[in-house]
Design a protein around this ligand. Structure first.
Ligand code: AHR
Length: 524
């Protein structure tokens, strides 16, 4: 009986083998070629006062039993340090255009409601000083969005003076009295958020008039940011590809072309969520291949969107002085059953890891124009890096992609040629494989490859010229199912494992599992 079973098993394996055979992909890299710098700010994060993004996610208060430093969770800080977060956009989102900074400083905080996100109490215990402390603890930089909707230029100008003045002014003294004599650094300044919608439903012309006033008067006084490290001002940009958005980009960029000394911008924001249609209805866990293929197909549309808006920007700014900053992006799915729908709580699966890798690769291909991007959002909200529940914390599959891609921060793009092939499922056809390469700050050649196909492995033949490539090694991320997730109970379902290329006939051969993200460095 046992012998019969063995024979049957062998026959089944023999039949199955050709179906499961790895697809061959030839990938050529001329390591002597160079493209644009892949700005580390493409790996930025976004933390809004929304659900448990700030409270519980970052802030637990200094009297909490959860280990913390001055109220900020130690476990979260330790995890974020590993992924070298270049900047954090705060306090919103829609929240920013209703935020009044004075509510969040000093010993007596103003308790308000958060009408955008569930109508819950906003205690303002996490304000300017706590945010700056958090940024400092994780080794990041501040991307502060000022209230251009319901606030005034005066209020925003005062906030910047409060944060950045080194000379003894009343606001500087107030900051010192509140515990921080040294001026803070504000690396990026957001001039409003989605001013075409939650930020005040403005026309592009009205926004432009208002934005110029903010750009003129909201100044950074930090002496360390006068020459180098000047604060970058980011104007509100498009939220899609339709005419209302191209009109918006046209209006702002046309004005930029003729701007005078009295106002300036360094970036135009773009928001793009992978949602298929509003309201978000796709499940974040417990889905099958249909939803896998459709979401990933949809996420690739961001390439066309970038092309469309870049073309308008090129018309008015051929020297690419103004960056396109995709400061909200990611998968946006239906709220998890039982959660407050205003808290935007969703799980994070292997599909999201693949989605993240595909987006990063698209940003890198546009690195000459796209010089900033902030995934939405950092903790407990939308496509998060980290999920927390009181004292528990778990790292998501997206977190691991960010960890694996750290070497690409401030690297230099190196072109890759390959035939991606195609992965078909139902009505959806996608490139089977995606790849990017870069010369890292460490001098090494780094290659990131995503195998989108959930069934077939890929055998990648890496043909590297321009250097003497001897081997390649790194990490690969996959999991049993497309909707595999990490949970507090099972945190290691989707975690990277080591991968090694074998050398064969002057080439490096990498065996990539189905539905996987891989990053390797090439040794010479
Ligand atoms: O990220 C959630 C929300 O999405 C942001 O507050 C807003 O800018 C966007 O519409």
């Amino acid at each position: 009986m046992r012998a019969i079973l063995v024979v049957v098993t062998l026959i089944v394996m023999a039949i199955a083998a050709p179906i499961m055979a790895a697809q061959k992909v030839e990938l050529s890299i001329d390591a002597s070629k160079r493209g644009a710098k892949i700005d580390r700010n493409l790996f930025g994060q976004f933390a809004e006062h929304l659900g448990h993004g700030i409270y519980d996610g970052i802030w637990v208060g200094s009297d909490s039993t959860i280990p913390n430093t001055r109220g900020i969770r130690n476990d979260v800080v330790a995890a974020l340090k590993v992924i070298h977060v270049p900047n954090v956009r705060w306090p919103g989102g829609c929240f920013a255009d209703e935020y009044h900074w004075r509510d969040g400083i000093g010993p007596q905080r103003v308790v308000r409601l958060n009408p955008n996100w569930g109508g819950v109490i906003e205690p303002n215990t996490f304000g300017t000083h706590e945010f700056m402390d958090f940024i400092d603890q994780i080794g990041s930089e501040a991307y502060v969005s000022v209230n251009l909707g319901s606030g005034s230029p005066h209020e925003a100008a005062d906030w910047l003076e409060y944060m950045t003045a080194a000379q003894v002014t009343t606001l500087e003294k107030e900051r010192a009295a509140n515990g921080h004599p040294a001026p803070y650094k504000v690396a990026w300044l957001g001039l409003g958020n989605e001013s075409w919608d939650c930020g005040g439903n403005m026309t592009p012309e009205y926004y432009l008039d208002r934005m110029k006033i903010f750009s003129r008067f909201v100044r950074n006084y930090n002496p360390a940011q006068m020459e180098k490290d000047q604060m970058l001002k980011i104007a509100v940009g498009p939220g899609g590809g339709e005419q209302r958005w191209t009109d918006w980009t046209e209006t702002v960029m046309k004005a930029y072309q003729q701007h005078t000394w009295s106002w300036d911008i360094n970036g135009l924001s773009m928001h793009n969520y992978t949602v298929v249609k509003w309201p978000p209805a796709f499940k974040s866990v417990g889905f099958g291949e249909d939803e896998y293929a459709q979401i990933l197909k949809t996420t690739l549309d961001i390439d066309d969107l970038i092309n469309k808006h870049s073309a308008i920007m090129d018309k008015y700014d051929p020297q690419k002085k103004v960056a396109l900053v995709v400061d909200e992006w990611g998968g946006w799915y239906a709220p998890l059953p039982g959660s407050n729908p205003g808290f935007l709580v969703q799980q994070n699966s292997l599909r999201d890891a693949i989605l993240a890798a595909l987006n990063i690769s698209i940003f890198a291909r546009h690195a000459d124009r796209v010089r900033g991007a902030n995934i939405a959002q950092m903790i407990n909200v939308l496509q998060a890096m980290i999920l927390t529940d009181h004292e528990k914390m778990v790292l998501t599959p997206t977190y691991y992609v960010y960890k694996m891609y750290v070497p690409f921060q401030d690297s230099t793009f190196v072109p890759v040629t390959f035939d991606a092939g195609s992965y078909k499922h139902g009505d959806f056809t996608l490139p089977r494989v995606d790849a990017m390469a870069a010369k890292g700050k460490d001098g090494k050649l780094w290659v990131g490859i995503t195998n989108v196909d959930p069934h077939q492995a890929a055998e990648v033949e890496l043909n590297v010229t321009g250097i003497n490539a001897k081997s390649a090694s790194g990490e690969t991320l996959t999991a049993p199912k497309v909707d595999s997730v990490n949970t507090f109970e099972a945190p290691n379902t989707v975690v990277p494992k080591p991968i090694l290329a074998r050398a064969q006939g002057g080439k490096l051969i990498l065996q990539l599992e189905p539905k996987s993200v891989t990053v390797v460095s090439v040794e010479q």
